[in-house]
Design a protein around this ligand. Structure first.
Ligand SMILES: C[S@@+](CC[C@H](N)C(=O)[O-])C[C@H]1O[C@@H](n2cnc3c(N)ncnc32)[C@H](O)[C@@H]1O
Length: 206
C-alpha cells in the first residue's frame, strides 16, 4: 500500500508520528479519531462535513483502510489519514492528551467470555483512550449490539466520567442530531435487520 494518507508498520512515519499529528496535518486543528473504522465511511463523511477538524480512521484490515484512503485522495480531503494497526498499540501512536474526540463505531461484539480481552470497550482499552483524550474530549460510541452496549455501561462504573448520556434507540432519541445523518456499512446492515442503534457519549472526569 503506497497511499500517502495511510500510516502503517514499515513506513518511517509509523515510528515517528507519536505526538506529531498536528505537524502531520500542518495545522492546529482538533484531532478526531475513529476506532475500528472499517471502510472509513464515518471518518470520511465527518471530514467532508468538518473541513476544519482532522480525522484519523484506525483499522487493522488493509483492504478496508485502502478503500477509505482512495476515496480521500480522489476527493482531495487533506484532513483525513488512516492508521492500519492493532488498536492495542494505540499508545505508541499518540501522545497523552493529543486527541480531542474518539469515536468507536460498531466494533466486533466478541460475545464469548474468553474474548473479552478483544472487546474495544473493555477496561484496559478505555484506560488507554482516557490517557489520549484531552480533558474536555468526548468519547462517542455507537453499536447495534445490546450486550456489548450494556457491558460497556457496566465497565464504565469503574471510571470517573461526566456528561454521560446514552440511548438504546438513537433514531428515536433527542440525540439523533449527533448522528450527523451518517450511516456506516455495519450500521446500514443492522438497521435493515431491525436492530436499534445504541449510542453514548461521555467525558472522562480527570
Ligand atoms: C464490525 S466492523 C465495523 C466497521 C465500521 N466501523 C462500520 O461501522 O462499518 C469492525 C472493524 O473493527 C476492526 N477491528 C477489530 N478489532 C480491531 C483491533 N484490535 N484493531 C484494529 N481494528 C480492529 C475490524 O477490522 C473491522 O473492520
Amino acid at each position: 500500500m503506497a497511499s500517502e494518507n495511510v500510516i502503517e508498520p514499515g513506513k518511517p512515519l509509523f515510528d515517528n508520528i507519536h505526538g506529531k499529528w498536528n505537524e502531520f496535518f500542518g495545522n492546529d486543528n482538533e484531532i478526531v479519531v475513529e476506532l475500528a473504522c472499517g471502510w472509513g465511511e464515518y471518518t470520511l463523511s465527518l471530514a467532508e462535513k468538518f473541513p476544519n477538524r482532522n480525522f484519523i480512521g484506525i483499522d487493522i484490515k488493509g483492504d478496508r483502510v485502502w478503500r477509505g484512503s482512495q476515496y480521500a485522495q480522489n476527493k482531495e480531503l487533506e484532513n483525513v489519514a488512516f492508521l492500519r494497526m492493532h488498536i492495542i498499540e494505540i499508545l505508541s501512536l499518540f501522545d497523552e492528551n493529543e486527541i480531542d474526540e474518539i469515536w468507536l463505531t460498531f466494533p466486533d461484539p466478541r460475545p464469548k467470555d474468553r474474548d473479552e480481552k478483544h472487546r474495544l470497550s473493555n477496561k484496559s482499552f478505555l484506560q488507554k483512550y482516557q490517557k489520549l483524550l484531552k480533558t474536555d474530549g468526548w468519547f462517542k460510541f455507537k453499536t447495534d449490539n445490546t450486550r456489548l452496549f450494556d457491558y460497556t455501561l457496566d465497565v464504565l462504573t469503574d471510571f470517573q466520567i461526566r456528561d454521560h448520556v446514552f440511548t438504546h434507540d438513537l433514531y428515536h432519541s433527542p440525540l439523533l442530531g449527533e448522528h450527523y445523518d451518517i450511516k456506516t456499512k455495519y450500521e446500514r446492515i443492522w438497521t435493515e435487520k431491525g436492530e436499534k442503534i445504541k449510542y453514548m457519549k461521555f467525558r472522562f472526569a480527570d
